[in-house]
Structure formats: structure tokens, C-alpha cells
Design a binder for this molecule. Sequence first.
Ligand SMILES: [Zn+2]
Length: 467
Amino acid sequence: MTKIGLEIHCQLTKLESKLFCSCKANYRENKPNSNVCPICMGLPGTLPRLNKKAVEKATLIAMALNCSTPEKIAFFRKNYFYPDLPKNFQITQLNIYGDTSVGGTGEIMVGDKKIRITRIQLEEDPGRLIYEGSSSKNQITLVDYNRAGTPLVEIVTEPDFENPKQVREFLKILSDLLENLNVSDPSLEGAMRADANVSIEGGNKVEIKNINSFHDLEKAVHFEITRQESLYSRDIPIALETRHWDDQRKITISSRSKEEDLDYRYFLEGDIPWVRIGKDIQEKLKSEMPESIMSKKERYVTKYNIPEQVADVLSSDKYYSDLFDKSNDEQNAKEIANIITTDLMGLVDTREKREQSKLTSSHLRDLADSIQSEKLTRNSAKNALYEIVKSGKDLSEIISQLDLGNVSDENELLQIIQQVLSEEPQAAEEAKSNPQTINFLVGKVMQKTKGKADPKLTLELFKKKLG
Ligand SMILES: [Zn+2]
């Protein structure tokens, strides 16, 4: 039997500042080693000052994952010597002296499978090492401390996953949840990283470190299972070891032997007092928690009668559900859900495209209203949407600019119908007895009007003319 456990590292990218100083949490736009101060560099004589917002956000994550939340939390020093760690220790959390991490045990359902959460801890991110040259022949290693001290939440699971597919489903649920809580943007480079442990057939546990994206996590797990199965089938023992994910070659490679917790010489961080998160504070946090994805989905189905599958897509993506909730007025909810899930999704499928998009909720409302009042056909609305996303102009301006308005003038339509009938004499004859052929003729009118003819009126006029 295959057992997979995960340690997910998630940066709290929505925070302003680092975990223990006022340097920016968003280190990505800075020149190397410019987003630093004596505190995050660990210079003598400095003291850390805990970011209250980070504790609140981490607690929210614990609550959303149904974890227990202790009323008092503590921080520990994890001592190790590595160039990305300027202090030579990392401030983190630990549960060996009772539950003192922001989150204790919890669980989350992945399909029918229950995944148990072991704990959730708040800690500081180390700096970043940048290797010059190919990975096998590193000439120089550069270090950038801009990231050192960034608030990081670690989510540790029990080895409950049985295959890479469950891992993938869990990651999708987790990143949607983190985005919905407004604590993190999973699409930012390096915001979500992971370690995994894999064992098969009751054998030794192999730890895989250094997986820098959720996308690669599934691949790494898959690779490791295949590697172990191949050894197992040849009766070669599987070593208890730590392996690194090589994201260039997409394989795991053996690295140092596994450190035990003992090697880190954990001790209580005396520079940060215990933090009280009493029931009163927890209740307040709970009341401010955004609506969950599950409850959004239920609301969309019961209140607006939106099909379950569509509601699923809408609710699990914060960008879409925010747009939907802001723009719909019940009457047009179905139409707006339709525009988002059939046309908009293809136009804004990446983070960059969403940032560049000029679409607002009032654009969506105008589009849906125009379709419902038959001012625009769905096809024209799709063309208009493309223009709106690009330019942000008002719908009315785009309709006149692109001449998208419906052709619903009877005389104009009759002229086009006459033209089609004379061009298609055989179909015209057949249509008198076969309603299917009328649809073919309506299609011809649509072609001539570039999809702008009012379909209902066109059909009526044909029936009158042929009947
Ligand atoms: Zn700093």
C-alpha cells in the first residue's frame, strides 16, 4: 500500500510586512538584499516583534481546515546552519510540549477520502539561494535575503494519501481555500512549496524536499512511487533517506541523510512571549471569516437555480465568484453565470490576463441585461466581452463602434430573407413541408448578418412567408 504525507509551505502573501520586522512581505519587486533590516538579518542587539495580522491569518487557515486552535501559542528556535538563514536559526512552532502551534489536529475531505491534518504552524521563510550555472556544476551560489522573515504557514498532513491523484485534488482544494480566505495568492512564484514523504508496502519512508510548485509536487510523488516500486520488485531495499526534487530533470535525487528533530536543538524562543488567542478573539475571527466555497456553491444552486457544475466552477474561484456576486441582481444571475463560465474563462485564464483585464461587474450586468432584453445575441455579446476585457469601454460604445446591435427591424430582415430564399430555391421549397430546413435558412440569415439577426423574429418571418 502506498502512503503519502505532505508538508505544504504557504506564504501569507496578502500581508504588508514580514513576520518579525517591518520589511515588506512582498519581496518580489526588490533588488536583491534591499528588503532587509537588522532584525531579519539577525544582527546582535535586535529583538523580533511578532506581526499580529500574521497570527490572525494563520489562525483563520487553521479554522478553515477544521483544526483545533489552542488558546495560547508559543514560538521555538530551530537551530541549523545554512547560508539562506542569516540568524543560524529559524523561528517556528512545535507541538512536542503540548499543542502550542496555531493549529492542532484537523481534517479535510478530498472526494470521499478523509485527510487528517497533523498541525499548522507559523514560521519565517528563509532567504533564497540562487545557483549560477547548471545544477550539476555549480560554480557560484548567490544568496538573497529579501525573502528571509516572510510569514510562512506550514500545513502538515498525516500520510493519508494513497495516490498522486488524491494529492492533486487536495492541492486544488487547498489553494482555492487559501485564495478564498484572502490570505495568499497561490499563483505567485514560490508562494506555495512543499515537501512530501512517500513509502510503499510498509517500507522505509523517503522524504522529498525542495518542490517549488504544486504542479511539480504531483510529478515528484509519481516519480518517487515508480522508483520505489521498481526497487521493490527487484528485492532491493528502499533506503530511509531525504531526496531532492530536481525540477530541471524532473527526478528525485538522493541528498544528505535525514535529520532528526534532535539535530535541530529546538528550544523556546525567549524573545517572543507566549501569545494568547482566547475564545473571544477566536469568535471574532470566525465572524469575520469570508463565506466558504461550499456555502457559496450551495447559495448559487438554491438561490439562483444555477446548475451544480456551473456553481462548482464559479464558487471555487474567488475571482469569478467576486465578479458574480457583485454583478448579479437575481434576475440576471443565470445569464451572468453563463457569460463567466462559457466566455470569460477563456479570456482571463492566467493571473497576468486577470490583472490586465478592464472588465468590471457593471460591464457584466450590462451584457446580461442586453442579452435578456434581446438587444444583443449571445454571439455578439461574446464579441463585445472580448472588446471590454481589452479596452474597458462602455458596452453601448462598443455596440455602436463594432456595429453589434441586433438586426430586429422587420423590413431589413425581410429583405435579407428574400435574398436567402432566392439564393436557396431548393431549400425554400423543401422548407414548406420540413421545419428542419427552416432552421437551415435561419442559419443563412445569421451568416449574412454576422450573427446579429434577432433569431426569434427571423424564424417567425420565415414561417409567415413560407406558410
Ligand atoms: Zn527586516
